[in-house]
Write a protein that binds this ligand. Structure first.
Ligand code: ZN
Length: 393
C-alpha cells in the first residue's frame, strides 16, 4: 500500500477559499480540505500547490512505513528535504517511524517574488506573546522580519471541538485587531490521518501543513517553540516534536518562504517574566486549559496547571493585581494549595520538567509564602535538583 495524494482542487466560490486534494490512506479515499479564512485581501490570490499535503501526510506515511506518492509537483527544495533530512529529524523522536520513499515531481522556482513580510501564529499564550514582543514590538527588528500577519488554525488541538476553537479564534482576532494586523487561518480535519498519535508528537507537522496553505501571504514565518532548546529530544505526554523544531524549521524552506524557529533560547520562566512585565501583552494573555466554559468568571480560570504557573509567578513578584482582569482570582485563591501541590509533584515526579523546577526555585528565591505543609517538600525538591534556595528568607 501507499499513501497517495492526487487531484488538487481549489474552490474560490463566493464565501469559500478552499484547497483540497484526494488522499488515499489505509486503502480508503477521502478528500482532505484546507478551508482558508481571514481578513487579508490577498487570501485567495495564489497558484495552488500540493506542498501542504506533502507535509501533512509525511508522518502518517512514516508511521505506516508506506511510500508517499504525490501525483503532482512540490517545491524542489522541499522535495529534497522531505525525502531526507526532515524524515531523519522526525525519526529522532520515535525509532518506529520509518524512512519512506517520496514520489513527486519537482516544481522549479517561479519568478522571484516580491518580499511581503513575516507572519506568525497567534494563540494568545506565553510563547505567542513573547514572540510578539521580539518580532513585532521591538524597534530593532528589520522590517523584512517584522510580523505583519497572524495565523490561527483549526487542526485538532482540541479534538474536533468547534466551540473552543471559535472562542479562541475570536480572541486571536481581538489581539490582531489591537495591533492593526490581519489574521488568517485554515480549518483542516487531520484527525483521521493522525488518529493514533498524541497531539504533542505531531503538532508541528500539522501546523506547518496548514500554514503552507497560506504561504503566498508572507516570505518569513516565525514559529514560536514551546520548548527551550537544549539539544535534547523528549517524548512525554506533553512534550515531543517541539524539541525538534530548531532543526526542523529551516528544512521547510521553499523558494519563496523562510521558516524560523523562535524562542528556544529562552526558558518558560524568562518568557513569562517578559510577558507579565508588559501591559500590552499580559492584558490579553490566554493560557487556560479550561478556557471558555460558559460559567467562567474571567478569560483564564486561575486553577488549571497552565493558569497556576502564571499566577504563582505573578504572586512571587507581587504582581497579582496586574492580571486580576484576565484571571479568575477567586479561582486562584481557592485552588492555590492544590496548585503548589501540583507544582511540587511535577518537580519531583517522573513527568518532571525544567520549567516547573525553575518556577519553584524562582518562587523560593523571591520569598513566596509557601503553605506550611509544603515547605519540607519544596526544600527536598530544590535539594534534589541541586538548586539554591532561600525558603527562610
Ligand atoms: Zn485555567
Amino acid at each position: 500500500m501507499a499513501v497517495v495524494v492526487r487531484n488538487l482542487e481549489s474552490d474560490r466560490s463566493a464565501a469559500a477559499c478552499d484547497l483540497s486534494a484526494e488522499v488515499v490512506l489505509d486503502g480508503l479515499t477521502r478528500r482532505l480540505t484546507f478551508h482558508r479564512f481571514g481578513n487579508h485581501p490577498g487570501l485567495c490570490d495564489r497558484t495552488d500547490t500540493l506542498d501542504p499535503f506533502a507535509v501533512a501526510l509525511l508522518l502518517p506515511a512514516m508511521i505506516r512505513g508506506e511510500p508517499l506518492v504525490i501525483e503532482g509537483g512540490i517545491d524542489e527544495r522541499l522535495l529534497l528535504t522531505i525525502r531526507g533530512p526532515i524524515q531523519a529529524t522526525l525519526a529522532l523522536l520515535d525509532r518506529s517511524w520509518r524512512r519512506v520513499p517520496v514520489e513527486a515531481a519537482a516544481r522549479r522556482p517561479g519568478p522571484t517574488p516580491h518580499p511581503i513580510g513575516a507572519a506568525t501564529a497567534m494563540s494568545g499564550g506565553i510563547d505567542s506573546m513573547h514572540l510578539v514582543r521580539h518580532r513585532l514590538l521591538d524597534p530593532a527588528v528589520p522590517e523584512s522580519l517584522r510580523v505583519q500577519l497572524f495565523v490561527h488554525h483549526h487542526i485538532g488541538a482540541h479534538g474536533d471541538d468547534d466551540h473552543v476553537f471559535e472562542e479562541q479564534l475570536a480572541h486571536a482576532r481581538r489581539i490582531a485587531d489591537s495591533f492593526g494586523l490581519p489574521l488568517v487561518g485554515a480549518r483542516c480535519r487531520l484527525t483521521d490521518a493522525y488518529r493514533s498519535m498524541r497531539y504533542a508528537h505531531c503538532q508541528t507537522m500539522r501546523n506547518v501543513a496548514a500554514t503552507m496553505a497560506l504561504d503566498h501571504l508572507f516570505s518569513h514565518f516565525h514559529f514560536a517553540s514551546s520548548e527551550p532548546f537544549g539539544g535534547r529530544v523528549a517524548r512525554t505526554r506533553f512534550t515531543g516534536i517541539a524539541t525538534l523544531e530548531p532543526q526542523l524549521m529551516p528544512l521547510f524552506n521553499t523558494d519563496h518562504v523562510s521558516w524560523h524557529a523562535f524562542g528556544g533560547d529562552a526558558t518558560r520562566l524568562r518568557k513569562t517574566a517578559e510577558v507579565l512585565a508588559d501591559e500590552r501583552l499580559r492584558s490579553t494573555l490566554l493560557v487556560c486549559m479550561r478556557g471558555f466554559r460558559r460559567d467562567r468568571a474571567a478569560l483564564n480560570c486561575g486553577r488549571c496547571f497552565k493558569c497556576a504557573r502564571v499566577l504563582l509567578h505573578a504572586e512571587a513578584i507581587r504582581s497579582l493585581d496586574a492580571v486580576a482582569d484576565t484571571f479568575d482570582m477567586a479561582g486562584y485563591r481557592h485552588g492555590r494549595n492544590h496548585s503548589v501541590m501540583r507544582l511540587l509533584r511535577f518537580s519531583l515526579g517522573p513527568t518532571r520538567n525544567a520549567a516547573d523546577i525553575d518556577l519553584l526555585q524562582f518562587m523560593a528565591a523571591n520569598g513566596f509564602t509557601f503553605p506550611g505543609w509544603s515547605r519540607p517538600g519544596v526544600a527536598a525538591a530544590l535539594l534534589l535538583h541541586g538548586r539554591r534556595h532561600s525558603l527562610d528568607g
